[in-house]
Design a protein around this ligand. Structure first.
Ligand code: PAF
Length: 289
């Protein structure tokens, strides 16, 4: 496995792979890797001749400076894990390397990027599109892998790629976005790099989020969308130390809220919960149909 810090070197490596007719998988990450990331990398290794994993805490997607500073950084441990599961290249650039000058591009794909996280974290998805589009243009992968814990992020990235396809970008036409299932702890908590920031008492209550979501799926069989949403919110808010920021039940493709279970073929519940005193912001989602 090779660790690459410069864009020039990265482009040279992938263009050599391409000349050899090798397929390339890309797994974009912000590091602090866990079994969820490992599942993406393992899938990419299986499905492509070479796998590039980017490890870059992207400043433009943080709308809160403190959140950016607190984000865990564990490059050495990340590289050890990536080596053990067969990644070929780790791209770990500096901020200056990725953004030699401020990125002034703006991306807008309503409603996917304006609802839920888009409403509560202004500018977040613009930053995600800035970095992910750069990574796509650097690597020009055949496949790119993203975890479904960030359900909305996948919808935004798909909209961005469709936009580049409509503008005839060759890299976008070839690219396949591959969503991968959420990996959970035994007690149901969705794996997240942010989980390492949870104090012991916070970690103990966090599984109540998924517990309520799962119970809400059963509840939904005999109740309306609104009743189901309220049930999940009430059950989570009843736990001392948890506070729901939003719980939206949406059309899984467009991310528009639904008011009836007949409104869409695929329906997803997407939640954000504040956990503990700090507080740590945890997201999760569940499929209803
Ligand atoms: O999901 C993440 O970790 C980040 O948003 C991503 C896709 C790596 C872009 O920085």
């Amino acid at each position: 496995m090779e660790i690459i810090n410069s864009v020039k070197e990265l482009k040279a490596k992938v263009s050599a792979l391409r000349s050899d007719n090798k397929t390339v998988g890309l797994v974009p990450t912000m590091g602090a890797l866990h079994a969820g990331h490992a599942s993406l990398v393992t899938r990419s290794v299986k499905e492509n001749d070479a796998t590039v994993v980017s490890v870059f805490v992207n400043p433009t997607q943080f709308n809160d400076k403190k959140d950016l500073q607190a984000y865990p950084r564990t490059l050495e441990a990340d590289c050890a894990l990536l080596q053990s599961i067969g990644a070929d290249y780790v791209f770990a650039p500096s901020v200056e390397e990725v953004y030699p000058e401020p990125d002034t591009r703006s991306f807008s794909y309503p409603p996917t990027d304006t609802v839920m996280e888009g409403a509560f974290r202004p500018g977040h998805f613009n930053g995600v599109c800035q970095i992910v589009s750069k990574l796509f243009m650097f690597v020009e992968p055949d496949k790119a892998y993203f975890g479904e814990k960030d359900f909305q992020q996948i919808a935004v990235i798909k909209a961005m790629v469709a936009d580049y396809v409509s503008r005839n970008a060759e890299w976008a036409k070839r690219l396949e976005i591959c969503p991968c299932p959420i990996v959970r702890e035994e007690d149901g908590l969705a794996l997240s790099s942010r989980n390492t920031l949870l104090a012991e008492n916070e970690r103990a209550i966090a599984p109540n989020i998924y517990k309520a979501l799962k119970e809400s799926v059963k509840f939904s069989k005999t109740h309306t969308v609104e009743e189901t949403q309220q049930m999940a919110v009430n059950q989570i808010n009843a736990v001392d130390g948890l506070e729901v920021q939003y719980y939206d039940i949406v059309n899984a493709l467009t991310l528009e809220s639904v008011s009836s279970w007949d409104d869409a073929d695929h329906i997803q519940g997407c939640i954000t919960v504040f956990c503990g005193a700090t507080p740590i912001r945890l997201i999760d989602n569940i499929n209803y149909k």
